[in-house]
Design a protein around this ligand. Structure first.
Ligand SMILES: [Zn+2]
Length: 810
């Protein structure tokens, strides 16, 4: 194609320069009339450059933002860097290059790459979480949490990564493994800073209903927060005044409770264990301390335990029941204690192993219960009660209500709502994070650092090797600074903050670029929040996406912001794999976008990614398909760059096809189904090409449809059209209005019919409106997949439901 061959490199550079020079993507946060905040999860500037996965997040997100702008919205599309945390620190340990140096270089590299994407980023409002002018707000947020009683230092058993030598939040140790390095975490008792996210547990659940989020993500959050309604049963402990409180969702089995099990590290164990049992209990506790949570709760592993020698009183039967400790009960789940009975599989197996008596009190509504009564089988479902006093013959569900009410009357228990969510552990024993703005007086009492001393700078005279102790302890300057400001004997807090604190409010700081007085201007926040769109990976469902919601809720209660929820609409992009495998640096199978952008241009590369499949599904990387998109771009360029005729009489076929395309592209972009939007443009192009030179009106509509998907090429074609129409005003295509379709133009000369074989859908066939029944059945039989399923069979019946369905019975 020598004559019209399109070279994207100079064209893309030309438009990127024009956009930057004119400030085309600078949002006026104060004056915008129809604000639309189009947000993507910001990247981590590690030594690796942007990879295909980043592009797959950012480019389609930008296409959506462009579409919204053409629909008349003032779109704000910021980009920044989440730069504190382990990757930079580990890189520093390996190479000796301090993180603040390597981060600067990595950010510069990434900005260069990001600019080639041609996204509508407003670079005037960029941010980097490691800049002191940013992290002063991370520290300010800590101070607000402290002031409002939501930040608290306390001793707890915490998740510890032996490899990274730091504590982790529970969200970062899901399935018992460190989310950074995959090492199995261990439990360690440490005094740490927590943020009381549990104060917001109910609201975090309730508000989910009003969010336009993927249902799966909402379910994951609900499960993680784990709201359950149940009963707290108070067991008296022989020889002790304090009752043992046990939470259960199955109080209907209380009459059958024959023993009680505590977590080995339950604080009561030391108080109730008689001397003659202490040796065995102590030895067992040490044995359990060596196990990971994963080993302890693994359903396939044999459960172990010992009797403490102490007894409790079953409040329903007043019978003495032994108190055991066992590995499968965890101190930080529920009340760290369970009452055990014949209707729980785990209790059942445990009791049989240790010869503890069991007493069934529940049987199925109907069917043979003999094996349950003889304890050959465990029945753990809901059923009908027996041997349960006045509650006999009640169904489980009703019994739970009545037994709870009875316990409340007897003051032996109460109805409670419990959450699985635990407070957010935010301290880290690592160097590369925002210092916690707390100092201790010589008596060890914590004091907040006054706001005027923020940013409370991260010291630089530190070796960053992890030792299990916070590296900030080594800094002489840090200690001196503290004593100078607060007095002799005062010490700073040496832990730094979890990087998820930095990312819990960054969406507010984009709105406040350069504002040194406030976290965010309330008028701007009210106007722009919540974000109209938020796109990022589903792996953040139970970390960042819960933390950010909590922080926003807390800030609302502090009177800083006006909204409770930060992200109204959320979409997760799918995963791009390489030959079926997840791309990762360790596997060496990541794909760099750079060489493809060099060869084909950013438009082709972004459209190729969007054409791989549904955006939320992702797809498998295969660079051979990129040539198809390249050819499409060349064809578009060729047909719309030729001199076009203004007012050329419109061709009916072209016009119809164009209106179909407007409708399909619009509907697809609303749903972020970029692949079908591109298909619609391809089909329309086929019709336009077949009919010869298009009119300038056709071209103007087509180019606007193309603009969100191939922004550079569209500007180039738009410029050409402006010359043709000579409107006199030079505008960007992005500022042109989105085309609308005329429903009357959608009436088609064809229709599509589904084809079934023996009741199963095997394909569809598109036929002319005028086609006869015989013609339609013949066409249906011609479909490859239908042929395959009819092969070797005799057709007994051919059913035709006019306009809808052909069905073969064979
Ligand atoms: Zn780790």
């Amino acid at each position: 194609m020598p004559l019209f061959s399109y070279d994207p490199t100079p064209v893309e550079a030309k438009w990127q320069k024009k956009w930057e020079e004119t400030g085309a993507y600078r949002a006026d946060l104060k004056k915008a009339k129809k604000p639309f905040y189009n947000l993507v999860m910001f990247p981590y500037p590690s030594g690796d450059k942007l990879h295909v996965g980043h592009w797959y997040n950012y480019a389609p997100a930008d296409s959506f933002g462009r579409y919204m702008r053409m629909k008349g919205f003032d779109v704000f599309e910021p980009m920044g860097f989440d730069a504190f945390g382990l990757p930079a620190e580990n890189y520093a340990i390996k190479t000796g290059v301090p993180p603040h140096v390597s981060i600067k270089q990595n950010v510069a590299n990434m900005i260069e790459q990001l600019k080639r994407l041609g996204c509508m980023y407003d670079w005037e409002k960029t941010l980097c979480t490691t800049d002191p002018e940013y992290y002063r707000w991370t520290q300010w947020l800590f101070l607000q949490m402290f002031k409002h009683g939501l930040a608290e230092k306390r001793l707890a058993n915490v998740n510890w990564c032996p490899k990274d030598q730091t504590v982790l939040a529970r969200e970062q140790a899901q399935d018992g493994k460190c989310d950074r390095c995959g090492t199995e975490v261990i439990q360690k008792p440490l005094t740490q800073w927590f943020w009381k996210i549990t104060d917001y547990a109910q609201k975090l659940v309730d508000n989910l209903d009003g969010l336009d989020w993927p249902e799966k993500t909402k379910i994951m959050q609900r499960n993680w927060i784990g709201r359950s309604e149940g009963t707290e049963v108070h067991f008296e402990v022989e020889g002790h005044n304090e009752p043992l409180k046990i939470f259960t969702t199955r109080v209907d089995t209380l009459f059958g409770c024959t023993f009680v099990v505590l977590a080995p590290d339950h604080p009561l164990v030391e108080k109730i264990t008689p001397k003659d049992h202490w040796g065995a209990v102590h030895a067992y506790r040490q044995e359990v301390a060596m196990k990971t949570e994963l080993q302890r709760t693994d359903l396939n592993k044999d459960k172990t335990g010992v009797h403490t020698g102490a007894y409790a009183i079953n409040p329903a039967t007043d019978e003495r029941v032994p108190i055991w400790i066992a590995d499968f009960v965890l101190a930080h789940y529920g009340t760290g204690a369970v009452f055990a009975d014949a209707h729980d599989e785990r209790d059942f197996v445990f009791a049989k192993k240790y010869g503890i008596p069991l007493k069934p009190t529940l049987k199925p509504v109907d069917g043979d219960a003999s094996k349950i009564l003889s304890l050959e089988e465990c029945f753990s479902g809901d059923g009908v009660l027996f041997d349960s006093g006045e509650f006999n013959n009640l169904h489980s569900e009703e019994a739970r209500k009545k037994i709870t009410a009875w316990l409340e009357d007897e003051e032996r228990g109460r109805n409670v709502i419990q959450f699985r969510l635990k407070d957010w552990l935010i301290s880290r024993q690592r160097y590369w994070g925002a210092p916690i703005p707390i100092v201790y007086d010589p008596q060890g009492v914590a004091h907040p650092i006054p706001e005027k001393h923020l940013p409370w700078l991260l010291p630089t005279d530190v070796e960053f090797k992890p030792t299990g102790e916070s590296p900030l302890r080594q800094s002489a300057e840090f200690k001196e600074r503290t004593e100078k400001l607060f007095g002799a004997g005062w010490t700073p807090e040496y832990d730094t903050m979890d990087t998820f604190v930095c990312s819990s409010f960054y969406y507010l700081r984009y709105l406040a670029a350069g504002d040194e007085e406030k976290l965010v201007d309330p008028t701007i926040e009210k106007h722009w929040m919540p974000t109209g769109m938020y796109i990022g990976g589903p792996e953040h469902a139970c970390m960042h996406l819960i933390y950010a919601r909590f922080v926003m809720m807390a800030l609302k209660d502090f009177g800083v912001v006006s909204h409770e929820e930060p992200f109204q609409r959320l979409v997760h992009q799918g995963l791009i794999t390489n030959q079926g495998a997840k791309m990762s640096k360790s596997k060496g199978n990541t794909v760099s976008p750079d060489e493809f952008v060099d060869r084909h241009g950013a438009d082709v590369f972004r459209m190729y990614l969007m054409f791989m499949g549904p955006f939320t599904d992702g797809g498998d990387w295969n660079d051979s398909g990129i040539k198809g998109i390249d050819r499409f771009v060349q064809r578009v360029h060729k047909i719309f760059m030729q001199p076009l005729q203004k007012g050329k009489e419109s061709n009916k076929k072209v016009e119809q096809s164009l209106h179909v395309a407007i409708r399909r592209v619009t509907e697809s972009l609303e749903k972020l189904q970029f692949n079908t939007a591109i298909s619609a443009l391809m089909e329309c192009l086929n019709t336009i090409e077949a009919e010869g030179a298009p009119s300038s009106e056709t071209a103007a509509a087509y180019v606007r449809l193309l603009a969100p998907l191939a922004p550079h090429l569209a500007e180039e074609l738009w410029e050409n059209l402006q010359n043709v129409t000579s409107s006199g005003v030079e505008t960007f295509v992005i500022d042109a209005s989105w085309p609308t379709y005329d429903p009357a133009m959608l009436v088609s000369d064809t229709f599509t019919i589904a084809v079934q074989v023996n009741g199963k859908l095997r394909g569809d066939v598109t036929v002319a409106s005028s086609a006869s029944k015989d013609e339609i059945i013949a066409a249906a039989k011609g479909i490859e997949n239908v042929k395959k399923h009819l092969d070797g069979l005799t057709i007994k019946k051919e059913i035709y439901v006019p306009g809808k369905l052909v069905s073969f019975v064979a």
